[in-house]
Unconditional design. Structure first.
Lengths: 364, 361
């Protein structure tokens, strides 16, 4: 069996820590030997992170759903003037952030749509206000897509925008907006969104001024296996150059309420989720962490993924709107106790972290 | 070689595990190594690369129940506003709908109603069989014992009368955990483990096949789970009448017992250990109703060879807050996407139709 030979060869490379090629990544995807793939990914996971399973006590805020891009993959964005459109004022954002004071959160996570009314001043003040209320909390905010939009609006370079926001309090960028880098795919699912080159350029700029960032991949829509593997390799190449990525987060596509729903796209299967997480662990040898975002894959699968290469389950989240507007049936928040129990029941060690993977509490 | 590896070696070379060895597996084994052993055993038993499912309808004829188990969200008192007993016309309509979508089986189960006598059940079975050609897989052991008590007839006689009226096989519900210490806490009014097994024993001896279930993830210990598996295995040695084993996790919402549901990890582990321990049971079902489609599909790598039933109606689990819904198409997609051939089966696991074209790659 050809496939079995390739798997054995990959197993030998994994054991000796050798980097996998594009063809090997594709071969892994074509295999249905879920347990072997999991076992290999688990080997890498334990080498890098032992039995640790990280999570974060965080709070998400989606400050506006008005977006000029209106990507087909998205059920969250609205046109300005739509009855369901909203923008939170700085006072409202401040009030939400203030709710989290005293709850020992480690991160505030703010992302939203491309809203032409919100200029750089708005975001500078937003960062300053959040920083003032929660001085010790990491602010992870604004995807590469939002940074690029601000740069264009103000005719500034990515670095200028990032430095300005960094000075106001921004610590880290989330990995959203990466989708699948292949132009063919972006033409279908998000034709107006910045291309893969620009997404990577924003992250490179962030890394160069010392801002650590995350990377994502939205899978389970119109992309091919090859396009997924190419996506991983592009991330791996940038990481080789900058080392600025903290973690990689595959995001399972939720078709409900999006313009892609009518194409007959279903939600991802359990096999696809676990293979994608495990193959990411195997391909991204220069990433420290692989995260299963329980909001999109579901908490049960997220727990199982700890044995398939994953070492991070994201966090408590609170009030997630983007995946839920697309039909995610998961809860909007997960208590810290529940996360700890989930991790312990699977035989791993819960480690609460901040965005930068500093351990914030020990002894679970 | 670790102890767990040695035990798995023993199983894979045809050995059988004891209570202590089973406990060692569940407490010390890691998920992937248990999965690999379970998967090897499954592949040996089912080398055809098929995963089966059945199109059936679950009809809950009454929600009135004197048992009132603490883990159940379905039961009502006779006088409750929303208590019901199904009307014949409605029953027939449901059966016709089932046949209309290619269904082959009725799973009729209900509460332990204090006023419905054996004659009611006999008449129901005869009425159905007179009108329709459909397999009746109905009445779990607590219902059979309840009927035995109401009628004053021994269990085997009740079963014989029901069989003559048209009952074909028995579902394995009401097993919960087959350890009386646990049963006293979660279902104090329900029959003990020995009575449950005696019903199955009697049914098997009358030539009726049954399944066996296990509900875990509440207050039971690892030893309780393994004891349950060994009791089922011992019975199977004696009568050979179990067609399948179906473990599923406790669903806490709206129940007196409360608590949280077990995770996907624990589910897959128990499933794999079940496949490893139950060397004499041919089929293990994945439970999409309690686990959702994703974990049920992953279970196909952890020892399961059957996706269970389409469950056109499942009031009991729905009452406890499981919001998963999978249509037939979704079941087929999950099976094919995992690299198996979807196959529609009958209650006795004979294949009606396969769908090789759906398989990916």
């Amino acid at each position: 069996m050809l496939n079995q030979n390739i798997l054995s060869k990959i197993a030998a490379k994994v054991a000796s820590g050798e980097r996998l090629t594009r063809d090997e990544g594709i071969a892994l995807y074509h295999s249905n030997d879920l347990l072997t793939i999991g076992k290999l990914a688990s080997q890498v996971r334990e080498r890098k992170n032992g039995k640790k399973a990280f999570f974060i006590v965080n709070r998400h805020i989606n400050h506006t759903n008005i977006c000029i891009n209106r990507c087909k993959l998205c059920a969250f964005g609205r046109d300005a003037g739509d009855p369901a459109a909203y923008v939170m004022s700085l006072d409202e954002i401040e009030a939400k952030v203030a709710e989290s004071a005293g709850q020992n959160i480690s991160e505030i996570h703010i992302v939203g749509g491309l809203n032409s009314d919100l200029k750089l001043d708005f975001y500078i003040e937003m960062m300053q206000r959040v920083r003032k209320i929660l001085p010790g909390v990491v602010i992870q905010s604004l995807t590469a897509v939002e940074i690029e939009f601000l740069a264009q609006t103000h005719n500034m370079t990515y670095k200028e925008v990032l430095e300005t926001l960094h000075n106001a309090g921004l610590d880290s960028l989330p990995g959203g907006g990466a989708e699948i880098f292949a132009p063919r795919v972006r033409e279908i699912i998000c034709p107006k969104k910045i291309d893969g080159e620009k997404w990577l350029a924003v992250h490179r700029a962030a890394h160069e001024i010392g801002i650590r960032t995350n990377a994502t991949m939205l899978y389970g829509h119109v992309e091919t296996i090859e396009e997924r593997v190419d996506h991983l390799i592009q991330l791996r190449e940038l990481q080789d150059q900058t080392g600025g990525f903290l973690t990689f987060i595959p995001l399972a596509f939720h078709p409900q309420n999006t313009a892609l729903e009518s194409m007959g796209i279903s939600t991802t299967t359990g096999y696809d989720d676990l293979k994608t997480l495990a193959i990411a662990r195997l391909m991204l040898d220069n990433f420290d962490h692989i995260k299963a975002y329980w909001v999109t894959v579901g908490p049960k699968l997220a727990q199982v993924s700890l044995a398939f290469g994953v070492d991070d389950l994201d966090g408590t989240v609170v009030e997630e709107k983007i995946a839920h507007d697309a039909g995610a049936q998961t809860d909007q928040a997960m208590s810290k106790n529940k996360l700890v129990k989930m991790i312990k029941n699977a035989g791993y060690i819960p480690v609460p972290r901040d965005t930068l993977y500093n351990v914030v509490e020990e002894g679970f | 070689m670790s102890n767990v590896e040695a035990l798995l070696d023993k199983v894979l070379s045809g050995g059988r595990l004891s209570l202590e060895e089973g406990i060692e597996l569940i407490e010390r084994g890691n998920l992937i190594e248990l999965g690999c052993a379970a998967n090897t055993i499954k592949n040996k038993l089912h080398p055809e690369g098929m995963v089966t499912y059945i199109i059936d309808r679950n009809i809950n004829y009454t929600n009135v129940c004197v048992c009132q188990c603490r883990f159940c969200a379905f039961y009502r008192h006779v006088n409750d506003q929303d208590a019901y007993v199904i009307e014949k016309a409605e029953l027939y309509k449901k059966i016709e709908e089932t046949l209309g979508v290619g269904g082959t089986e009725l799973l009729i189960q209900g509460g332990l109603h204090p006023d419905l006598k054996l004659e009611y059940y006999i008449e129901m079975l005869q009425d159905i069989k007179k009108r329709y050609d459909i397999h009746i897989h109905s009445f779990s052991p607590p219902e059979i014992v309840h009927l035995s008590q109401l009628s004053g007839l021994p269990v085997s006689e009740v079963l014989l009368k029901l069989k003559e009226a048209g009952l074909d096989s028995l579902p394995g519900g009401g097993a919960e955990i087959l350890v009386d210490r646990v049963r006293k806490q979660i279902s104090p009014n329900k029959i003990g483990w020995r009575e449950w097994m005696d019903v199955m024993d009697a049914a098997h001896r009358l030539g009726m096949k049954t399944t066996a279930t296990m509900v875990f993830g509440h207050i039971e210990s690892s030893a309780d789970i393994i004891t349950h598996l060994i009791r089922v295995r011992d019975q199977q040695d004696a009568t050979g009448g179990f067609t399948a084993f179906i473990p599923w996790s406790f669903q806490p919402r709206n129940t007196d017992l409360g608590g949280t549901t077990s995770g996907g990890y624990e589910y897959l582990k128990v499933l794999a250990v079940s496949r490893i321990m139950l060397d004499n049971i041919p089929n293990i079902q994945a439970s999409w109703v309690t686990q959702g489609a994703k974990i049920a599909q992953v279970a196909l790598s952890f020892g399961a060879n059957d996706f269970g039933s389409t469950m056109l109606e499942e009031n009991v689990v729905r009452a406890a807050g499981v919001s998963y819904r999978i249509a037939l198409k979704e079941i087929q997609r999950c099976i094919a996407d995992a690299g198996f051939i979807p196959a529609q089966r009958k209650t006795d696991y004979s294949i009606i139709k396969t769908f090789p074209d759906l398989r990916a790659g």
